[in-house]
Every structure is written in C-alpha cells, then in structure tokens.
Design a protein around this ligand. Sequence first.
Ligand SMILES: *Cc1c(COP(=O)(O)O)cnc(C)c1O
Length: 385
Amino acid sequence: MKGEQYLLLPGPTPVPDRVARAMNRAMINHRGPEFQEILVSVTEGVKKVYGTESKLLIYPSSGTGAMEAAVVNFLSPGDNVLAVSIGVFGDRFAQIAEEFGAQVEKMDFPWGEAADPEKIKERLEQDKNHKIKAVLLTHNETSTGVSNDVKAIKEAAGDHPALFIVDAVSGLSVVELKMDEWGIDVVVSGSQKAFMMPPGLSFLGFNNKAMTAYENNSNCKFYWDIGVGLEYLEKGQNPFTPAISLYYGLEEALKMMFEEGLEEILQRHNNYRRMVRAAIREMGLKTLAADGCASPALTSVIAPEGIGANKIRKMMQEEFDIVLAGGQKTLDDVIFRLGHLGYVRQLDLISVLAGLETVLFKAGYHIELGSGVKKAQEFLIDMHE
Ligand SMILES: *Cc1c(COP(=O)(O)O)cnc(C)c1O
C-alpha cells in the first residue's frame, strides 16, 4: 500500500491538520478590514517568535526571497561585506550579496563545523577603519546540520558597527535567537521549516540601525523595497497581492506555537537532537556534526561504508514512504539528513529509527535490530523521570 509521504526533511516539514484546514477558506479582499486584522495579528506573532519589537515584513516567497530582500535593502554596491559560511546556505547568502555588487570577503569553515567566534573577532578587530559594512551569518546551516552560536559571535564582534544580518530560515524557534536582546540588526526566516507551514512565506525583521542603512541604500529594488512595504503595513496592507491562504495558515500555526510555548518548542527540539543522535550512534553510525554544534533541527548521518546515502534514502521511501533529505554538493551520497523540526512528534522519530534499522539490515549492514529504537525509548523514559 502506498501512503502519503512521511516527510522528515529539513523543509518542507509536515503541516498539521489544523493549519491545512485553516487555509481551506474563501478568498477575501486583501485591501479590506478582514485581511488587515490577520496581517496585524500574524506580524505581531512572528515578531514574538523573533524576540523583537522592531519592524517586520512578510513576503510571498521562499526563504531565499527574504535573503535577497535583506541584501538589496541594506547593502549597497561596493559595500565591503564579511560573509561567514559553514555550508550551502552560507555560500548562497554570499553569492546573493556578490550578485548585487557587494565586495564580499568569504570566511569559510569546514562543512560539519560551526563558525569560530574568535576568528570573526580577529577579522573585525583588524578592520580599524570600519570598512566592513555588514556581517552575513547563518543561524542554523541546514546543509550540514550545524548551528552557529550567534550570540557568542555577536558578542565577539564587540562594538564594531557592521550590520549583523542573520539567515535564520531553518533555525528560528528551534535554536534560541533573541533578535533585540542580542542586538541582531536583520533576521531572515521562512514558513516551511519550524513554522509548520507550507512553503511560500518569508519574513524579514530589521531594526533602526538597519533602517539607517536602508535610507542611504543605492541598490536596485522594486518588489522587495521595505520602504514601500512599511508604508502599506501602516494601512494594514501589502503593496502587492499577498498569499492570502498562507496567511490563514500562519495565523493558525502561530496559535499552535503559542499554545505549546516558545521555550517548550526549543526544549522539544533539543530533546529530539539528543535522542536521534544517541540512537544513530547505537546503530554504529556516525554523525557529521560534533555534539557541541549539532543542530536541534536536523541530524546529518554519514552513510556506512559501501552503502550510499542515496540508496538508503531510496529504500526508506520505497519501503516505508519515509522521505529523508540527501547531502548537497560535496556531501551528495555521503550523508543523509533526518529533519526533526516543526510538526514532528516523538512517535514519528521512533518510527523513522525503526524503518532505518530495517533498511540498513536489508542493505547488508550489520546491526542488531531494535538497538537504536531501544536507545531512543530509554532516552524518552529518562527524559520524563
Ligand atoms: C531553507 C533555507 C533557506 C531558504 O531556502 P528556500 O528554498 O528559498 O526557502 C535559507 N537558508 C537556510 C539555512 C535554509 O534552511
């Protein structure tokens, strides 16, 4: 029997029934009072998740759209930018900035490791004349399953005036991020990761310091222009036709998030991280990221010798409808990525671990069936004691 895809991807993530049903409603006038009420309420809701009282705009795009919005509104051609990269998404941010004329200096760290705050500190200390206008940073690097310590990196930057622009598309509400408290100037996020939503909405939060950069900005922009966005937000509207159905869904998803509690959501994901890693190790497999920087959003697992990661993924889908993500770029066929962010429950993870053991066994890998599952069950018992 073929069932629905059982998504354990680091985006798109499973959408709860409540959210799916909320979206199945008639269209309304996007320039009327009903839409205004929803827009005001979801903007406030997303700001709470960001930990900010600053400005926030919602775009009808995937996360990359808001990354581009951050670049064209806050970076001007010729600006020196330090782009810290620990994987595919860090590279993407650097590439967008370059495309729009910034002088990008890459600071790369090996894939599977986090950025070292000391190295960033050293580089910014060398920049005595403050030529570096912005630092681009990934909160949670989805391609490797590594989280950066954004708070430590911001602290290490000391009083260097560069704008801090953070891609938190897959990290927000999974890994702690307090925009205002930590002094992050711009934060980008998206709907299809921890927000338990379908793809299609992206978020851009920015503070007064970023607004000053915007006022002096000379980049080309039209659709992404935050000036126009803010002008319309005042009236409770979007400049252009918004993705109305997705707003219905976001309203419900935020309700669910606040019912669970933001602290509780962080804790749940952290438990998933520890539980999945313990089980994976018990199966004799290795994870790409070290414990100290491993992501609570997903776990990157190195496929065993002689069995490609893509073969495991294919078998998982064929046997169990379970969809895991592959490795990107140089990690293709080397790792598979097990997403555990958003609407993922304990039982989902137990099932995936059981499926994985079965598939590994069938592929000829020496494993004691039930060993990883047992470890996960023990973790759950300990956790609740
Ligand atoms: C998913 C993701 C993005 C955005 O990708 P889209 O496909 O445009 O939504 C950006 N950064 C990170 C870290 C991501 O995980």
